[in-house]
Design a binder for this molecule. Structure first.
Ligand code: ATP
Ligand code: LTN
Length: 205
């Protein structure tokens, strides 16, 4: 099965990223065609220091390798190196209703968190994520619970595209870990752990 997943290079990774995503990737790469991306185009939808971005891309790659993603078995690359991600996202945006995007929990949360940084890229973020997945005709998307809604939207977009233009895309499915799909924050146990809210829980190289 073709597998696609990615992590935003927004800082050091934490145990939630490991248990929710990377640990599954390590197992999946043994028997599947895996593509693991460093999603830098997604990282620039929330506030960031331009000079830190390159360093974060390299650090995230280093963590993938250190955790056990084997570049001889899996494909590892930075999203912005393959311009077709952004190209397909544009096409998919034209068939994605604004209403669907405004229902996305992550958009609502990040908008609340960064009130002066609510940009159009943040709004259409899930469409770029759908493009990432559909571009490779991926069937499985190993992510934590917080990303399930985005993968569902990618399925909806794939169905709609196929209905309009013929069978082009496979309909992807979320692969959730049995344990650790939603690790809670040590700062606020009602929220999920995240790089931005829990910098002290993140490893730095
Ligand atoms: P940011 O604070 O920059 O939004 P994040 O820590 O929420 O970062 P992402 O880069 O958005 O992390 O997520 C990478 C992967 O890790 C995704 O598959 C996501 O579902 C998973 N993940 C993130 N946080 C958790 C968590 N607390 N528990 C389980 N999985 C998680
Ligand atoms: N939105 C995801 C990161 C991401 C992703 C993807 C995950 C971008 N494109 C494609 C799986 C498949 C997040 O974890 N915040």
């Amino acid at each position: 099965m073709r597998i696609f997943s990615g992590i935003r290079p927004t800082g050091g990774l934490h145990i939630g990223n490991y248990l929710g995503a990377i640990k599954q990737w390590i197992a999946l790469q043994e028997q599947n065609e895996c593509v693991f991306c460093i999603v830098d185009l997604h990282a620039i939808t929330t506030p960031y220091e331009p000079k830190d971005l390159q360093k974060n891309i390299l650090e995230t790659t280093a963590v993938y390798l250190a955790a056990g993603i084997n570049p001889e078995k899996s494909i590892i690359f930075a999203q912005s190196e393959v311009k077709e991600h952004a190209e397909l996202a544009w096409l998919l945006e034209t068939i994605t209703p604004m209403g669907e995007l405004s229902r996305m929990t992550q958009f609502k949360e990040k908008s609340k968190q960064h009130k002066d940084y609510i940009n159009a890229g943040l709004f259409s973020y899930p469409v770029l994520m759908a493009a990432d997945i559909l571009l490779y005709r991926s069937k499985g998307v190993p992510v934590g619970k917080d990303q399930e809604q985005h993968v569902e939207l990618a399925r909806t977009i794939a169905k709609k595209f196929n209905q309009k233009f013929g069978q082009v895309f496979d309909e992807p499915e979320t692969i959730l870990p049995k344990t650790g799909a939603k690790i809670m924050s040590l700062q606020d146990p009602k929220k999920k752990m995240s790089k931005s809210d829990d910098p002290k829980s993140c490893i730095s190289l």
